[in-house]
Write a protein that binds this ligand. Structure first.
Ligand code: HEC
Length: 121
């Protein structure tokens, strides 16, 4: 009798240990997924940046410059866009015109969008 109570304790102990290990593994996996998931899409990432930094100039009808307010336009212009936002204020073709240079992390979003295959959503 004492033997089986002792065994039950061992089982409970093993069970708790195993659940703890399982928990550890899944938490680690979640953390990894979070860092790997750098999916950049037009709808989630690019469009808000264009609205924030490139309006009104590139958003018709107020904007008279080449429209950048659609997925198709941004996709077609991405190389020009990256080139111009990487320039420095004062350089010919620097964008956003007459404003401060975008932050490195914002520029990186455009570059990662291109790298990731220019996803719409
Ligand atoms: C204050 C108005 C203004 C803002 C804001 C602005 N632009 Fe422009 N953009 C212009 C003007 C003016 C031109 C055309 C004159 C030129 O070529 O320098 C232009 C031209 C461009 C061109 C074409 C360059 C080429 O190859 O001929 C691109 C690409 C561009 N802008 C991207 C952007 C992006 C991306 C943003 C936002 C991050 C932005 N612009 C913000 C005024 C603006």
């Amino acid at each position: 009798m004492t033997q089986s109570i002792h065994m039950r304790k061992v089982y409970i102990f093993l069970f708790i240990g195993a659940s703890f290990l399982l928990q550890l593994c899944t938490t680690k996996k979640k953390a990894q997924n979070a860092t790997v998931a750098t999916k950049v899409t037009y709808v989630t990432d690019i469009q808000p940046l264009v609205v924030k930094h490139c309006s009104p100039c590139h958003i018709p009808p107020q904007g008279k410059k080449e429209p950048l307010n659609t997925y198709a336009a941004m996709k077609a212009e991405i190389d020009n866009v990256i080139e111009s936002i990487k320039k420095n204020p004062g350089e010919h073709g620097f964008m956003p015109a007459r404003r401060a240079k975008l932050s490195d992390s914002t520029i990186l979003v455009f570059e990662n969008w291109k790298k990731g295959g220019l996803l719409e959503q």
